[in-house]
Design a protein around this ligand. Structure first.
Ligand SMILES: Cc1ncc(C[n+]2csc(CCOP(=O)(O)OP(=O)(O)O)c2C)c(N)n1
Ligand SMILES: [Mg+2]
Length: 362
């Protein structure tokens, strides 16, 4: 590929890369990546497992069995399409809403569940996946990825760093600093913005006057492309090109236009700030349904197989969660004792306070 798409789709003109429409039909045949059956099914199976794991996690939290969770529903194609175009040695520096991307990279669901269960050990992902720990601090994961990309380039490796961030996160200094730095260094960095239209209760239109998020690339002198984030094929093609461009020329910013169907986290109630009609409209563009329709139209999948897969996913997720509950939580002390060599007086005070609080609540 000649990076034609990155050149052709001008974010200032609000041109968006699309291949598969909401009914699962190819509308841009010249761009069809013609993925093999094995890859397409791996993508679909990851997206369906991600969906079940997501729905169940919210249920477990509501039952008081999971600490918290950040739902991914609606963003599966953004994540899996990008993951499918990555190579083995590539790095992922994630935020906190990347369940599907992590699953596709080979992170076990048990790790992800343990983390949200409240045990930070879950965030120690298997080394060979090259997935960094969950990053709650908005934006800092981009600078870390820029550093990894620079190291990769210096060492002459053929590996990129992919960093993910939300639409709201692109207003942060760290995001802009990292883009500029990686751009200046021509480092193989790809930044994937999951534009899910909301940053907790702040809509995308209020957070920035920029017409697109992709155009934020222009100030850093790097390439930006806007993609239909609910289209797994478009996401695959964009990521594949971006990866090649990053290795040859320098960073790329991909804006995936998608939607957060669920709450921000289980602590949030979106009915307080957004219109349910908006959610219903986006549900019609469901990425999983879209890929399923495409696979069935290509005779690569059937309704019967889909029912069986759903049962299998539910069984697997329940088994993983049962194991998670057995693993238990960290000791209270562990929350405090690793920040410094010794706990500061403030930390000791907080530790003692919570210790008494927990003893009192027994
Ligand atoms: C530096 C920093 N400031 C504020 C927060 C609190 N916070 C957590 S998520 C969030 C909104 C993120 O929105 P967006 O970047 O669009 O990602 P999304 O949650 O939609 O995936 C905020 C403000 C934080 N975690 N880190
Ligand atoms: Mg957002």
């Amino acid at each position: 590929m000649n990076h034609v798409l990155i050149k052709k789709y001008d974010p200032l003109k609000k041109e968006m890369l699309e291949i598969l429409d909401k009914d699962g039909k190819i509308i841009n045949p010249t761009l069809d990546p013609k993925l093999d059956k094995e890859t397409l099914l791996k993508m679909y199976k990851t997206m369906t497992l991600g969906r079940v794991a997501d729905l169940r996690a919210v249920q477990y939290q509501r039952q008081g069995r999971m600490l918290t969770f950040a739902p991914n529903i609606g963003q599966e194609a953004t994540q899996v399409g990008a993951a499918a175009a990555m190579q083995q040695g590539d790095w992922l520096s994630p935020a906190f809403r990347e369940l599907n991307l992590m699953l596709y990279r080979g992170v076990p669901l048990s790790n992800i569940y343990l983390y949200w269960y409240g045990n930070e050990n879950g965030s120690k992902f298997p080394r060979e996946t090259n997935v960094l720990p969950v990053n709650i601090i908005i934006g800092s994961q981009i600078a870390i990825a820029a550093g990894i990309a620079m190291a990769s380039k210096k060492q002459g490796k053929n590996e990129i760093a992919l960093a993910t961030i939300g639409d709201g996160g692109t207003s942060h200094g760290d995001f802009n600093e990292a883009l500029n730095f990686a751009g200046a260094m021509e480092a193989p960095l790809v930044v994937l913005v999951q534009n899910n239209q909301w940053a907790i209760s702040t809509p995308r239109s209020v957070a920035t006057k920029a017409e697109t998020i992709a155009q934020k690339a222009i100030a850093a002198g790097i390439k930006g492309i806007q993609v239909d984030g609910n289209d797994p094929l478009a996401m695959y093609v964009a990521m594949k090109e971006a990866r090649e461009h990053a290795l040859k020329t320098g960073p790329v910013l991909i804006e995936a236009v998608t939607y957060r169907i669920g709450a921000h986290t289980t602590s949030d109630d979106p009915s307080l700030y957004r219109d349910e009609k908006e959610v219903e409209e986006w549900k019609l563009k469901d990425p999983n349904e879209r890929l399923k329709k495409y696979l069935i139209s290509q005779k690569l999948w059937s309704e019967e197989e889909d029912i069986a897969l759903d049962e299998e996913n539910n069984k697997y997720v329940q088994e993983v969660f049962a194991e998670t509950e057995k693993s238990g939580l960290l000791e209270l002390e562990e929350v405090f004792k690793y920040t410094y060599d010794e706990m500061t007086p403030n930390q000791v005070e907080q530790y003692e306070y919570y210790k008494k609080f927990l003893e009192g609540s027994k």
